[in-house]
Write a protein that binds this ligand. Structure first.
Ligand SMILES: [Zn+2]
Length: 354
């Protein structure tokens, strides 16, 4: 065999094209390719073998020509094969050789992330997490919480009542009106009915009110309410618990402030403010220059609530608090519009990586 040179390369390529053109099928064409590129007895392999016996000054050159032929044939083969396979495939067929599509992986909703974090904070303080039904009867949602029949919250304009009543648990006729729960305090009632003190629970969940949709209101939102009942539980325990929550959740330097308020199911009642964790109480845009941020409501459980569930109000005391999960999420992430949490726009949701 004579040593290859540039013309030999050109001749071999021309012969390869001719052989390929003559191949009646893709399988035959593959044999043609192997005849030129195969590991044994192929044209390229033959050239490589020549290197061993060639004069020293020719070895490098032969290697270069063999490589050049190999690269040309490989490139030509790729285009030939793609074209042949495209022709073989009926229109619309799936090309199983294409790389797979990466599925888009989801992650928890931002409200779920905030809720999970809040749950973790309270769990570390020894609270249990309790859930309950979203469809409630009036007794669990109102009566047992010291909100008698004439209470304004029971008005049709504030509460979403259901058209077809289901039977209340007590069987009393006035229990039969059902509604979407307006707060998760109803879970606390259900828990106290079936458990004796000491109690330390948080009840997260969706609640429903007849609110129009705007920047800060939605007819459905999520709450986390806490309840602690035992002997000798005081307002100081409430404040200490909320302070521990604020320091774990927002800032190690957080402070808690109570403002007197009124809720039917607590006495005394207080709105809870936290010192602004962004400006540390100095005043900024987030806290509207006040240094404080309202986070929820709280108070000492009203004796009437204990009586409703059969606890002795002379023996037990307790505190309760409620925190809006959207409110925490809005504050933590500087969200301007509460509706963003419910519109499921991926451009918004994808900003909260897990
Ligand atoms: Zn501030």
């Amino acid at each position: 065999m004579s040593l290859p040179d540039e013309s030999t390369v050109r001749a071999a390529l021309a012969q390869f094209e001719a052989d390929l053109a003559a191949a009646p099928s893709l399988r035959d064409a593959q044999s043609v390719r192997d005849k030129y590129l195969g590991r044994k007895n192929s044209v390229v392999a033959g050239w490589m073998q020549l290197i061993g016996s060639a004069p020293a000054d020719q070895k490098k050159l032969i290697g270069r020509y063999a490589n050049e032929l190999k690269q040309h044939i490989e490139a030509r083969w790729d285009t030939y094969q793609s074209a042949a396979e495209a022709n073989l495939r009926p229109a619309g067929a799936v090309d199983v050789t294409l790389p797979g599509r990466q599925p888009r992986l989801g992650h928890p909703h931002p409200l779920t992330l905030v809720r999970t974090r809040m749950e973790a904070v309270f769990t570390r303080m020894g609270f249990s997490i309790v859930e309950g039904p979203e469809i409630e009867d009036e007794w669990h949602c109102f009566d047992a919480l010291n909100m008698p029949a004439e209470h304004p919250a029971r008005d049709m304009q504030d509460t979403l009542y259901l058209a077809s009543p289901v039977c209340g648990e007590s069987g009393r006729p006035d229990d039969r009106r059902t509604m979407l729960r307006t707060h998760t305090s109803s879970i606390q009632i259900r828990y106290m009915q079936t458990h004796q003190p000491p109690i330390r629970i948080v009840a997260p969940g969706r609640v429903y009110r007849r609110d129009d949709l705007d920047l800060t209101h939605t007819p459905m939102f999520t709450q986390m309410e806490g309840l602690v009942v035992g002997e000798g539980i005081s307002l100081a325990d409430l404040k200490g618990t909320l302070l521990a929550f604020a320091r774990d959740m927002f800032s190690e330097r957080a402070r808690v402030r109570f403002r007197p308020s009124f809720f039917p199911y607590t006495e005394p009642s207080a709105e809870v403010d936290l010192s602004c964790w962004q400006c540390d109480g100095q005043g900024c845009a987030m806290c509207k220059q006040t240094g404080w941020i309202e986070i929820g409501g709280s108070g000492m459980v009203h004796p009437s609530v204990f009586e409703a569930v059969g606890y002795d109000p002379e023996r037990y005391t307790g505190f309760a608090f409620g925190i809006g999960i959207e409110r925490v999420a809005i504050l933590r992430h500087q969200v301007q519009d509460i509706r963003l949490f419910f519109e499921n726009d991926l451009r918004f949701l994808e900003q909260f990586p897990y």
